[in-house]
Design a protein around this ligand. Structure first.
Ligand SMILES: *Cc1c(COP(=O)(O)O)cnc(C)c1O
Length: 440
């Protein structure tokens, strides 16, 4: 951020500017361990805050509903070509505003919601008649076991408009058991199997899912929102050869702007494009598409692979250090950028919410998370989700992860003791000064 007096917001709108300054301070002086967050580069930030926000560009490159789109076409084509190169996919739509919308595009393109009458009203009008044809079936990982809202949660459009069955992680291993997934799939006969998660620390066996999808006649979608950076760098197996649809956010490990991306096989390209526009969205956010183009460009460079390897090395170091201090992790560890701490064994009286609060007061930013078979409620939880993408962007390494594991354990063991939290806060500040945010 430029110095206050140089930034036009500072002079024009002090109320808004105050929040900018406070947020800059917060990001600079805390340790970001939220697994879905990251710090973008100066170039990505500049693109996201650029004049491309001024322009309507409904449609797609070469066929727009507005004049003056030649530079929009250049930007969007660059983003598409780079996404295809990065993931090796046949088709990429870079217009989804978010990960959820990237997923909705698949549902709109491939799934039939059935007839959706108000059942009470219909009973009144046509007593005794069966009035509702059922929607297509989604099979996905349960939210409480690491899945995502947009994979069929009842409060989400995906759960309101379609029938949903879930698979779960195994109680003993914390991992997805593929023979169990097969059993459930044979039983519920889904139209679409959704893979991918927000809180699953292990590798996905896309080939096994593809085999099951084939056996039951389902389409396969892989939502790689969390692991896209690892996949792009070749450090997590890619679902592209196995799934009809691959969706992602662009702002998590991929380290781009806050947005989505829907990829698919060529045979689905037309349907996906018309699902995104005009199916779900109007004008694309061209400034964000510009930022995606820049971020994908960064991800194609060799340094990006080095960064993703650091994310993995750091996650491993953090996980091992937490375990060596007696903390339990769901599935015992991690294969990717995140881990789930199960507080129940070592700190049965500390909920995820309490831990999140104490760590927050110490300058360590995490999120409480349901763990598989959690007895506590979602606003309370018995778990914490920790991830290393943001700290790795600051240049921290395994040594810092071991220090941070010690700080986390100290905070949890303190029972929220104020002077302990204050002591940890000053250690956190010293680390933040040593590892500043990327220039912006
Ligand atoms: C984060 C996430 C999303 C949604 O992204 P938004 O941009 O917040 O809509 C979708 N799927 C998974 C698995 C995610 O982790």
């Amino acid at each position: 951020m430029s110095e206050p007096f140089k930034n036009p917001i500072a002079a024009q709108d002090p109320d808004v500017w105050k929040a900018f300054v406070a947020e800059e301070e917060r990001q600079a002086t805390t340790l970001e361990l939220i697994a879905s967050e990251n710090h973008v580069s100066a170039a990505v930030l500049a693109a996201a805050g650029s004049i491309f926000t001024n322009k309507y560009a409904e449609g797609y490159p070469g066929r727009r509903y507005y004049g003056g789109c030649e530079n929009m076409d250049t930007i969007e084509r660059l983003a598409i070509d780079r996404a295809k190169q990065l993931f090796g996919c046949e088709h990429a739509n870079v217009q989804p505003h978010s990960g959820s919308q990237a997923n909705q595009a698949v549902l709109l393109a491939a799934m039939n919601p059935g007839s959706r009458f108000d059942e009470a009203e219909q009973k009144e009008k046509n007593p005794g008649e069966a009035v509702r044809t059922p929607g297509d079936m989604i099979l996905s990982l349960h939210l409480d076991h690491g899945g995502h809202l947009s994979h069929g949660k009842n409060v989400n459009i995906s759960g309101k408009w379609f029938r949903v069955t879930h698979y779960f992680v195994d109680r003993e291993t914390g991992r997805i058991n593929m023979s169990e997934v097969r059993r459930i799939a044979l039983d519920c006969k889904p139209k679409l199997i959704i893979t991918g998660a927000s809180a699953y620390p292990r590798l996905w066996d896309w080939a096994a899912f593809a085999e099951i999808a084939k056996e039951v006649g389902a389409l396969l979608m892989a939502d790689i929102a969390h692991i896209a950076g690892l996949v792009a760098a070749g450090l997590h197996p890619s679902p592209v050869p196995y799934a009809e649809f691959v969706t992602t956010t662009t702002h998590k490990t991929l380290r781009g702007p806050r947005a989505g991306l829907t990829m698919c096989r060529e045979s689905w390209a037309k349907k996906i494009d018309s699902a995104v526009f005009p199916g779900l969205q109007g004008g694309p956010l061209m400034h964000i598409i510009a930022a995606k183009a820049v971020a994908f460009g960064e991800a194609l460079r060799p340094e990006f692979k080095v960064y993703q390897q650091l994310v993995l090395d750091n996650a491993k170091a953090l996980a091992e250090s937490l375990v060596s201090r007696g903390l339990s992790l769901v599935s015992g560890g991690t294969d990717n950028h995140l881990m789930l701490v199960d507080l129940r064994k070592q700190y049965p009286n500390v909920s995820g919410a309490m831990a999140e609060d104490w760590l927050g007061q110490s300058g360590i930013v995490v999120n409480k998370n349901m763990i598989p078979f959690d007895e506590r409620k979602p606003m309370e939880t018995s778990g914490l989700r920790l991830g290393t993408p943001a700290l790795s962007t600051r240049g921290m390494g395994p040594d810092e992860m071991r220090t941070i594991a010690g700080l986390i354990d100290k905070v949890l063991a303190s029972g929220g003791d104020k002077s302990t939290l204050q002591g940890v806060r000053s250690e956190v500040l010293a680390m933040c000064r040593q590892f500043p945010l990327p220039a912006h």
